[in-house]
Design a protein around this ligand. Structure first.
Ligand SMILES: C[S@@+](CC[C@H](N)C(=O)[O-])C[C@H]1O[C@@H](n2cnc3c(N)ncnc32)[C@H](O)[C@@H]1O
Length: 459
């Protein structure tokens, strides 16, 4: 067999190096979503803030062989920093945020990380599970050989092409590069694809074509391994299911200001092809949270993780914006003896107004932590009618804080499209009198999180 070799692949005794990473505990720090009923015992979905090197060994200690599907859209060794610039409407303020850096010392460094990550992911997979690796022309060749090495070439199933039209990019030396490749590897021969029937509409009747109630001619064919545009499939009940796999462009309604965001429809189609309702789906480089969102809509269980605080904020906000997200927790890996995340040095002020059992928390001011990219802004507090609240992207209140987990019981967030306004007041009417700890949790545009608590007595 031809073999891809990189420095560090083998131990001195010639054996293949395997990751030996310390196992962290996953500490739950937040909870969101709505339980269908209080007695429901299903494990909550999980958003984990951390690097694969810390998150995957912790998951392996708990879930080896139990994940049904992995989707991973890792950095492609582009050598670039991925940023997003946002502008608040009604102001000239532009904020350029770094989502993540994709710079590696050498291709060996990249391969060492990918090898370790893919090895751990394979160990997490159930025997009849599969992995989807999303990549582009830069890393595809290397990653295909690496996956052959880790999964076995016999377990390769498809190189799915996601084809798109975006931007101009006319080139002299090459054709415009307008597709990504999603490599599908089975954990074992027990994996099976869930084939879909695609409906293709025709300009005119064709041999064997049919005609729908609206007079459109169509043929139903088995979905092939090229995904593009708006795709229509015939569901199990005969109804039509649409998957919009167009790229998320700058002006798209679905855009969440996270670079490299993949379309929800693409993830929905991929999950439909490779998993069943109730299955556990893992994405350890979740970015904007497209996989978790798709899993929510298709009733799969999910675990999403990312090293970037901006990815965690984008995913948290995306999930909390869903009509009735199922319960999910936010976790952080913590190694023994390691300090918890240091308390935020930001300044947050708010008032608490009480009228009988109705309690209103009103934000009155925010100053980002010193050294934050936001604190370079020169607007003096005196000229700022919002008292710095414009720095905030979202906030939540936990009306009955237990001292450990922030429960997002009330939440306000800026929408990317439409209103950029952020409601500065959240209220709650307590059912029972008593003494409560209220926790106020805010996240600014640089994804800094700050929590402050206050005690109230409700008569
Ligand atoms: C190409 S983006 C994923 C985009 C995502 N599929 C979406 O639809 O938004 C790659 C992601 O990998 C994350 N990442 C890079 N290195 C990582 C690491 N060592 N551990 C965890 N996440 C990492 C980045 O923060 C980034 O969000």
């Amino acid at each position: 067999m031809p073999e891809l070799v990189w420095s560090g692949k083998y131990e001195a005794d010639g054996s293949r190096r395997q990751p030996h990473l310390p196992v962290a505990a996953l500490r739950t720090v937040e909870a969101g979503g709505v339980a269908p009923d209080e007695t429901s015992h299903t494990a909550p979905n999980r958003l984990i803030a951390g690097e694969t090197q810390r998150v995957l060994p912790a998951l392996l200690a708990e879930l080896a062989g139990q994940v049904n599907l992995v989707y991973i859209d890792p950095p492609f060794a582009t050598g670039l920093d991925f940023t997003s610039t946002i502008t608040l409407p009604g102001s000239e303020r532009h904020i350029r945020r770094t989502a993540y850096r994709d710079t590696w010392g050498s291709p060996d460094d990249y391969l060492r990380w990918m090898d370790e990550t893919l090895w751990l992911l394979r160990e997490l997979l159930a025997d009849d599970g599969a992995l989807l690796l999303h990549c582009d022309w830069r890393a595809e060749g290397m990653l295909r050989l690496l996956l052959d090495d880790i999964f076995g070439a016999e377990n390769f199933r498809n190189a799915i092409i996601w084809s798109y039209r975006s931007g101009g990019a006319s080139r002299r030396e090459a054709l415009a590069r307008k597709h990504d490749t999603i490599l599908l590897y089975a954990r074992s021969p027990r994996f099976h694809i869930r084939p879909q029937i695609e409906r293709q509409y025709l300009r005119k009747p064709f041999m064997g074509s049919a005609c729908d109630a609206r007079g459109r001619h169509y043929v139903n064919t088995l979905l092939r391994d090229v995904l593009e545009g708006e795709m229509t499939c015939v569901g199990a009940d005969g109804g039509l299911v649409r998957y919009n796999v167009r790229p998320v462009l700058n002006l798209s309604r679905d855009r969440l200001d996270y670079p490299t965001q993949k379309p929800l429809g693409l993830l929905q189609l991929l999950l439909t092809l490779t998993s069943d309702p109730g299955d556990l789906v893992l994405d350890c480089c979740c970015g904007s949270g497209a996989t978790a969102h798709a899993a929510e809509t298709l009733r799969r269980r999910w675990i999403a993780a990312d090293a970037s605080p901006l990815a965690i904020q984008t995913t948290r906000k995306r999930l909390l914006a869903l009509a009735a997200p199922r319960p999910f927790i936010v976790q952080r890996p913590v190694h023994e003896g390691e300090m918890q995340v240091a308390a935020s040095a930001a300044t947050l002020t708010f008032t608490v107004e009480q009228s009988g059992r109705a309690v209103t928390v009103r934000l009155t001011g925010y100053t980002p932590p010193p050294g934050s990219m936001l604190s370079t802004d020169n607007s003096s507090a005196a000229d700022d009618p919002t008292h710095g609240l414009w720095h905030l992207d979202s906030w939540s209140v936990d009306w009955a804080h237990d001292g450990a987990i922030i429960r997002h019981r009330a939440h306000a967030a800026r929408a990317r499209n439409g209103a950029r306004e952020l409601s500065a007041a959240l209220e709650c009417t307590f059912a029972d009198p008593g003494h409560y700890t209220i926790a106020v949790h805010v996240v600014d545009f640089a994804a800094h999180e700050t929590t402050r608590t206050v005690e109230v007595t409700v008569e």
